[in-house]
Design a protein around this ligand. Structure first.
Ligand code: ZN
Ligand code: ZN
Length: 134
């Protein structure tokens, strides 16, 4: 049996599957999560700091929930976290749309060559337009 100290309250608990908190603290954290979610729901355009102050949860913890895509702030509230690749401000998840698109492109270009196909089509469209001009 693997027994460790809870990262939050320091109490000993059975350590299972990389979770660093005791069951009580996990439950308390889930309650906080519900509070945060409720607060964002009630105050649509609130920023991350406002929520942190109002509910009493650290900004870092809220950011983690946002990264886990459990929470989404209104885009009017501004971005709360940054893209892990380019640092661009984003609202949820790990990466911005541009980096997601790039990753998607890299993935698909390995399978077939959509970029080549696209440029061929562009050339064809251009030719057609020139033809219509005449
Ligand atoms: Zn604990
Ligand atoms: Zn990015």
């Amino acid at each position: 049996m693997d027994v460790r100290n809870c990262r939050e309250c320091g109490r000993l608990f059975n350590y299972i599957g990389g979770i660093k908190l005791c069951p009580d603290c996990i439950e308390a954290l889930e309650k906080k999560f519900a509070d945060v979610k409720e607060y964002i729901y009630q105050n649509e355009n609130c920023g991350i700091r406002e929520v942190s102050d109002a509910v009493g949860v650290s900004v870092a913890q809220i950011k983690q929930w946002v990264r886990e895509e459990r929470l989404i702030f209104s885009s009017k509230a501004g971005s709360v976290i940054e893209c892990e690749l380019c640092g661009a401000p984003i609202v949820t998840g790990k990466y911005c749309q541009k980096c997601k698109d790039n990753m998607q492109k890299q993935l698909t270009s390995v399978m077939d060559h959509p970029t080549v196909e696209k440029s061929r089509k562009a050339v064809r469209d251009k030719d057609r337009m020139r033809f219509l001009d005449k």
